[in-house]
Design a protein around this ligand. Sequence first.
Ligand code: ATP
Ligand code: MN
Length: 429
Amino acid sequence: MRIPIRAVTPETESAEIIGWVHEVRDLGGLAFFLIRDRTGIIQVTIPKKKVPAEILDTVRSVSRESVVRVQGKVKAIEKAPGGREIVPEKLEIISIAESPLPLDVAEKVPAEMDTRIDSRFLDVRKPRVRAIFFIRSAVTCAATAFLSSRGCINIATPKIVAAATEGGTELFPIAYFEKEAFMNQSPQLYKQMMMAAGFEAVFDLGPIFRAEEHNTVRHLNEATSLDVEVSFADHNDVMELLEDLIVYVYDYVAMNCAEQLAELGVDLAVPAKPFPRIPYTEAIEIANRTIEEKLAFGDDLSPAGERAIGDVIGQHYFIVDWPTDIRPYYAMPYPERPEFCKAFDLMHPRMELSSGAQRIHDHDALVERIRAKGLSPESFEFYLKAFRYGMPPHAGWGLGIERLVMTMLGLANIREAVLFPRDRHRLTP
Ligand code: ATP
Ligand code: MN
């Protein structure tokens, strides 16, 4: 019976393993294979004079990245990976790999991002790349377990919709029978409707679609968002929830992914709570001390601005108290100074991770804000209706999973954090 490669120790007597041929070395009288599965790598040593003829035939015909089954005696040997090797009694090719390979899984020859994505299934065989997705899985599992423990209900919202969440041009239209339809930019309106449904606290982990035309290292056209909405909560309550979640997830990864972090050379520091809260006006001033293209009140933060503030703060932080005009219509203005609203962004020193706010829960105030943004309340009727029959006060946020993983692991490009990136130029694989 097959056992995982990791389970083969120097004390094991005999073992059967199945894996990919990571490397082949032929030294005349001796041949070595390295065999890899997701748990590790083991050396297979073939003393040519001492093994059956059919094993020699197999050794001659096998190619790198073929899947092979090896059964044999295990020997302790100091110089081999894991301090052991297998000398085969049986060696069988289960699935032969064509040569040459589109890319080198052993990473002796580096490959461009495009080449890597074109053969993503091979790229992900690299232990370093697999480690990223192992950690991404730990991140989403930890985040959803954390939210469940805080009483949030996991909901699924539609990804095909009739109206834009915020208007604007970042929408992908699709063919939907005889109707006009779009891929959803955000679960925003739907998670808010579930506040009117009395769910009180919800989360949705799913794709968001943004028709951003520009290729950047931190935007995808299909990204993953963890969206949260909580009733009877204000912006401060959900900022605390978000900061607790970030710390929980970092802690979880530090405790459960030590091997993967080591594979990636990441020394993970768990961020300290509370994260600094910096008012928007102050954030702009900090940025303007060093950046060339100065920001004016009412500007969104430029990437240079984000980096300048990140350099000064040096850890996760919130930007709070944004000008109402540059936030979506559903953000709640402060009653005593309505030009500012109860919106926030969670920032990593490198970039924005999340946006959130306390929302307007008063129907008429919401209609007024929709109009003020030049949008028509009629197209939001399905949403506005939920505000006319008892809508509790509520607040929430959306957190980009790829950006969370990217910043946690210090990845240079967001494409490293998604298996099959969708960008301006890529629709396959
Ligand atoms: P940015 O200004 O950085 O483009 P945004 O303010 O347009 O982001 P939001 O609408 O606030 O994004 O979405 C909430 C979160 O979802 C963002 O903070 C980010 O983490 C993630 N996100 C949004 N758009 C993208 C995208 N195109 N690619 C990857 N992640 C995204
Ligand atoms: Mn945002």
